[in-house]
Design a protein around this ligand. Structure first.
Ligand SMILES: [Fe+2]
Length: 159
């Protein structure tokens, strides 16, 4: 083996070893296999009567009064999942957002330390002009680092 062949072989071997080490360390850090199909679109509950375990722990649950008065504050509570999602260093909820129809209203970012549980309360005031039909849609979304973006919505009356 001449010097040039030796150097080529050594360089290729180093690259392959480096890639293998990166993959191995990523699998150690993220022991749960990620379903890539969850990251291709916004995930929603498919059949509310038959929720899957993944839907039960990821679809945002929105609690708000069915009818609110325009111009007066009311609370909207958003929990991540019927079974509150866990918060840990390898699997956590990155943020929870609330939108009024298509209009973003706010967002809470979270860290994977486990200090915060994925349940937040927004205080909302809606002007009368926002609901000419008397109804408005509250849209909550959240992003899980391993299970993607999830969204739920409810309609409320504004009187
Ligand atoms: Fe998750």
């Amino acid at each position: 083996m001449n010097r040039r062949t030796f150097l080529k072989t050594a360089a290729i071997g180093s690259i392959v070893t480096g890639i293998s080490a990166s993959v191995a360390s990523a699998e150690r850090y993220f022991p749960v296999k990620v379903d890539q199909s969850l990251f291709t679109d916004i995930n929603r509950v498919k059949d509310p009567a038959k929720k899957t375990p993944l839907e039960k722990s990821h679809a945002p649950v929105i609690l708000a009064s069915a009818s609110v008065k325009a111009g007066e504050p009311f609370t909207v509570e958003v929990s991540v999942g019927e079974n509150l999602h866990g918060m840990g260093p390898s699997h956590w909820i990155e943020y929870i957002e609330l939108a009024i129809g298509n209009e973003p209203a706010g967002r809470i970012d979270m860290q994977p330390k486990g200090y915060l549980k994925p349940k937040v309360t927004f205080v909302v005031v809606l002007p009368k002009e926002i609901a000419p039909s008397g109804k408005v849609t509250l849209v909550a979304s959240q992003r899980c680092n391993l299970h993607g973006l999830w969204e739920s919505s409810i309609d409320i009356s504004v009187v």
